[in-house]
Design a protein around this ligand. Structure first.
Ligand code: FAD
Length: 453
């Protein structure tokens, strides 16, 4: 059976208006936010066969069943804001655009939301707000990232330290397996009835099936959110304050820490932005302890207007990406690269030192080092060098993190870009993951090429 047989079969069993083959859709929806220069060597972009936009789980099931019968790849697509090429087409197939699955139902008494995979996080929050609830997941891309995409990448947001990553919000899932069965797990706070099948879909980047719907935990909108900012003499001083804060049992909502233009022989001052949130008395008490801790590490309070400005603008670059994507434009600054590695907190100082040395030796300029949400989630932003020097250096920085018992990425997933390092990341575990993949997806149709599966 050929690919055109599949197209004909889909035209016959679905409303044809759900299927697009026009050049503009095929070009735009064949990629996410990863710049093409970041494709691993030997991997090339491909033209999708078509884009299908189902309106229901049953339609998703029909597409997957037909694609499986015809042995044609399916590439799930949410908002297309992924940075690793997870939703990029490299093997011609059906782009399964899930953005029409937007229904959201709030269950206020349960503090839960039932959300279609295509609802954006902003839409989810808008629906929860009248009930005094919020989803707690607050990525830069809140206006474009979808429920399905954020679950599939186990995304992290500004408030992740207090509320958890997107995967932590998932109580139950409905999904279509690669062979076309619909599975739904029970949405409860906690079950002890065998391995939770829903967990298999979290962070799986569409390789184990298509998330169609999720039941998510919601949180009360905090009565009070106190924003605070502190300047420290150098990275080490602020790092000490963050660890002391966490050791004191304080859990800020926002924890954003970083410097500008550090180098192997220059330690600039750093800024720490924090929020204390919850019932007013609790937030105030936490803020008081936080102040004592920051002062003890030599911190100086920042002007509150500076912290407010940071908070107000925190989604600006995600919003700009969303606008550009809607306008059909490609964005991306391939000259700037970054890593977001997860380290044991004790490994952070040495990792930072070694990375700065490595980048200096190779003539790169470091724009920023920082921490997000936790003391061990470390990021670096740098520029310089050509495409191949950048790719080689990027891999070395990730390997350095793996060698420090860390994970090579903490929020953007693996996609295509980090796939070459999956064996190093998981060791024999990758073989086990591949066995699971073969069992669930015997014809290898779901998102081929991703995660090195
Ligand atoms: C400017 C900018 C800022 C960003 N900031 C953040 C941030 O703060 N935190 C963060 O974590 N990430 C951030 N990202 C990355 C991106 O927003 C996240 O990875 C997000 O979770 C992707 O969601 P999406 O709906 O756009 O998914 P997509 O990019 O469409 O897809 C991501 C992956 O999920 C799979 N997928 C999508 N939908 C489904 C589904 N329903 N079922 C199964 N698989 C599916 C795709 O195949 C792909 O592998 C940022 C990106 C940009 C461009």
């Amino acid at each position: 059976m050929s690919k055109s047989d599949l197209l004909n079969a889909m035209m016959a069993s679905l409303d044809p208006s759900r299927i697009r083959t026009d050049e503009a859709s095929l070009t735009l929806l064949a990629c996410d936010a990863m710049h093409p220069s970041r494709l691993p060597a030997g991997t090339e972009s491909a033209r999708p066969l078509c884009v299908v936009s189902p309106r229901s789980t049953a339609e998703v099931q029909e597409v997957v069943r037909l694609a499986n019968a015809h042995r044609v790849p399916v590439i799930p697509l949410g908002g297309g804001s992924g940075l690793m090429g997870g939703a990029a087409t490299v093997t011609p197939g059906v782009v399964l655009d899930l953005c029409r699955l937007t229904e959201v139902r709030i269950r206020p008494v349960d503090r839960m939301a039932e959300a279609g995979a295509g609802a954006t996080i902003a839409a989810l929050n808008a629906a929860a707000k009248p009930h005094g609830l919020t989803c707690g997941h607050d990525p830069w891309t809140v206006s474009v990232a979808t429920v399905g995409g954020t679950i599939a990448t186990n995304s992290l947001g500004y408030l992740g330290g207090k509320y958890g990553a997107m995967g932590d919000q998932v109580l139950g899932l409905e999904a279509v397996t690669p062979t076309g069965e619909i599975v739904a797990t029970r949405a409860v706070e906690k079950a002890s009835t065998g391995p939770g099948l829903h967990r298999l879909l979290i962070g799986a980047e569409g390789c184990f099936g298509v998330v169609t719907r999720a039941t998510l935990r919601l949180f009360p909108i905090p009565q009070t959110r106190l924003l605070e900012g502190w300047e420290f003499d150098d990275f080490a001083a602020g790092f000490e304050a963050i660890n002391a804060l966490l050791q004191a049992g304080i859990r800020p909502g926002l924890l954003e820490y970083g410097d500008d233009d550090p180098s192997a022989d220059h330690e600039p001052p750093t800024s720490l932005y924090l929020s204390y949130e919850g019932p007013e008395a609790v937030a105030r008490a936490e803020a008081q302890t936080g102040r004592e801790v920051c002062l003890q590490s030599g911190g100086q309070a920042l002007d509150p207007s500076e912290v407010q400005r940071f908070w107000d603008q925190r989604h600006a670059s995600g919003d700009a990406y969303a606008r550009a994507r809607r306008a059909g434009e490609r964005r991306g600054r391939p000259e700037i690269d970054y890593v977001h590695v997860a380290l044991p907190p004790s490994a952070v100082p040495a990792y930072r030192r070694e990375s700065l040395k490595l980048l200096a030796a190779r003539g790169f300029h470091v724009h920023q080092t920082g921490l997000w949400a936790y003391a061990g989630l470390f990021s670096l932003v740098y520029s310089g060098g050509g495409v191949s020097a950048m790719a080689e250096t990027h891999a070395q920085l990730l390997e350095l993190a793996q060698d420090a018992n860390g994970a090579m990425e903490y929020c953007h997933g693996v996609g295509l870009r980090l796939a070459p390092l999956m064996r190093r990341e998981h060791g024999e575990g990758l073989s086990v993951l591949r066995r699971l993949k073969r069992e669930l997806d015997p014809n290898g149709i779901m998102n081929p090429g991703k995660l090195d599966f």
